[in-house]
Design a binder for this molecule. Structure first.
Ligand code: GLU
Length: 533
């Protein structure tokens, strides 16, 4: 075992001993060190509800849950919706239901409550308002009145001089009287945190050992925006403290934010939690997992007919392994054997071929024929889907033996497609690509997934592209069903949902030779130039 590994294990064991002591003694002590010792293990996942439920969220949630539950602790779900312009109720609901589908349940959260609620940041504004007063009063935060013009000019100058960009501390020199009179006069301001300019911030990461980041690289972060709402950094620290979070286990993209967070703990005089930054999931080409190269929405895996237990098992293999090397394991087995020091920092590859292999193993080994039938039927033909499909099919068949062929696109994943299938008298291949790409972007931006809104969006797009609707729909028919004529393409899109639609439009684009980065940029410009009714 390397020195680093053994140090990690020692720290991990210390955490377990502390927890065990608190369980055995079971008493409450009131001096600070005793309170620290008695702290229960509490971890959390803190997703921002701004889009599809990401597999990365499930991966981090899984490790947080295993860490807490393997030590008798609690796992909390908190919704970080301080960015009101991007947060949606739909996204929050999707996050909750997809984690629940995976069986990654939480002990406290916005839906089930708990002692430390509310668990949605938009309902905690008063708490942040009170807490910022503490920092303003002790001088560790200050009001900043700088205009966006001044900040833009400062940034340009710093970039020209090849210096680190960031706030220059301009408003730190204002006297209290000046601040009061400008606030009194109604001038707009934000609250920033003071940050030392010299030295390093050092902290111990549970997996990485000591991390050092120079303070000069850390910006004087805005804590409260001009609309009075907190930024992620401020709300996150206040909530982690008030919710008694003992270990912050999150993706490595947050390492550079940790100095700001630690400084806030210090400014408040609070004990900081332990930090653990997990390696990011990667595409097979080692780039960061992104929806351009791999489906990232949990909904996609659900719609494709993967089993939740196989997906959770696969996520458990991302940088972690069972002590006996078993590749197939349940969430309970993983929790029982969990040891965070077994996480390896080399970026784990999220590989669909390996997931397929594991999912197939579950289907073959764990399902009797009757279980398979029941599970398949509830995936392929849930009552609401069946009710939507049957009327479409009934109009087009003469006999039952015609049904399977017609229904096939509605119960399949991606379809085998060739460029030849997209040949059309009126549309050049580049026009076909534009229709596919623009439709994808237009559908991704839809707030509700109803027949009428899908139809209106696509009709609007056809009009903006000055194409006849018949010609416009042709590439979509081929992408969605593999054929130029089929069931209503609008209905197919509605029934299949965004994730499968997205996957089919993408595979149609790649069957046509793909879109280069340069082309994509040009298409984006053109798309943003359209105006919608
Ligand atoms: N709201 C952040 C996110 O969306 C949470 C980051 C953290 O865990 O501190 O991932």
């Amino acid at each position: 075992m390397t020195d680093r590994k053994s140090r990690r294990r020692a720290r991990q064991s210390a955490d377990v001993v502390i927890w065990a002591l608190s369980r055995i003694i079971g008493a409450r002590f009131h001096c600070a060190p005793c309170i620290a010792i008695m702290t229960q293990i509490r971890t959390r996942i803190a997703p921002s509800p701004t889009g599809d439920p990401h597999v990365g969220t499930a991966y981090i949630a899984l490790f947080n849950r295993c860490f807490a539950h393997s030590q008798g602790g609690k796992f909390i779900l908190r919704i970080e919706d301080t960015d009101q312009s991007r947060s949606t109720a739909q996204s929050e609901q999707d996050i909750l239901s997809s984690l629940r589908w995976l069986g990654i349940e939480w002990d406290e959260g916005p839906d089930c409550g708990g002692e430390y609620g509310p668990y949605r940041q938009s309902q905690r504004s008063d708490i942040y308002r009170q807490h910022i007063e503490t920092l303003l009063a002790n001088g560790s935060a200050f009001r900043c009145f700088c205009s966006s013009e001044r900040l833009d000019a400062l940034r340009r100058q710093q970039m020209q001089e090849k210096r680190q960009t960031g706030y220059d501390g301009h408003c730190l020199s204002l006297t209290q009287a000046e601040v009061d009179s400008r606030v009194g006069a109604g001038e707009e301001s934000v609250v920033r945190m003071a940050v030392p300019r010299e030295g390093d911030c050092r902290f111990n990461d549970l997996l990485r050992g000591e991390v050092a980041i120079a303070w000069s690289q850390i910006d004087m972060q805005i804590l409260i925006k001009s609309d009075g709402l907190p930024t992620y950094h401020f709300a996150n620290v206040v909530d982690d403290h008030l919710m008694g979070i003992s270990h912050v286990i999150r993706g490595e993209e947050w390492i550079n934010s940790t100095p700001k967070h630690l400084l806030l703990y210090e400014y408040f005089g609070w004990e900081a939690p332990r930090f653990c930054h997990m390696p990011l999931l990667r595409n097979p080409d080692k780039s960061k997992l992104s929806k351009r190269k791999n489906p990232t929405s949990i909904n996609y895996y659900r719609s494709m007919g993967y089993l939740p237990q196989a997906l959770v098992n696969y996520l458990g293999m991302m940088g972690w392994s069972m002590p006996d090397g078993a590749e197939k394991f349940t969430l309970t087995q993983m929790t029982r054997s969990f040891d965070i020091s077994r996480v390896s920092l080399g970026g784990p590859i999220f590989d669909l071929a390996k997931l397929d292999w594991l999912n197939g193993k579950y289907l073959r080994e764990d399902f009797a024929a009757e279980d398979f039938i029941a599970a398949y039927a509830s995936w392929a033909f849930p009552p609401d889907k069946l009710a939507a499909i049957v009327p479409l099919i009934m109009q087009r068949v003469d006999k039952f033996s015609d049904v399977a062929e017609l229904a096939k696109p509605l119960v399949s994943g991606e379809l085998p497609l060739e460029a030849g299938a997209f040949e059309h008298k009126q549309l050049a291949p580049s026009e076909v690509q534009r229709v596919l790409q623009f439709s994808l972007w237009r559908l991704e931006s839809l707030a509700d997934w109803q027949r009428d809104s899908i139809e209106a969006a696509l009709q609007g797009l056809a009009a903006a592209m000055e194409l006849k609707i018949r010609d416009f729909l042709f590439p979509l028919f081929v992408a969605m069903s593999g054929k130029p004529v089929s069931l209503s393409v609008i209905e197919a899109i509605r029934i299949l949902g965004l994730d499968i639609t997205r996957a089919r439009l993408r595979s149609a684009l790649s069957a046509m030779g793909g879109v280069s980065k340069k082309q994509l940029k040009l298409l984006q410009q053109e798309f943003h130039g359209f105006s919608w009714p």
